[in-house]
Design a protein. Sequence first.
Length: 82
Amino acid sequence: MLLNAATSKVTAGSRERERGKALETPGFGAFDALHIACAESAVPEVFLTTDDSLRLRASREASKLAVRVENPAKWYAELVGL
């Protein structure tokens, strides 16, 4: 359901790959770092993930990210006021 709401697609270009490499420094894995870098390029309201380790690291490193990383259930609950 949430995937159907997506309105854009981001291709990992040189800017995203460079940003991804920078995000590996604070400890993000290569794939997660690139995924976050692509999300930052899309400038979304939120980056949703069910990966608890990614979400926790993103929470610790939030000041270094240009996107909010959240669990879909928590985000949805906030959205509808639960």
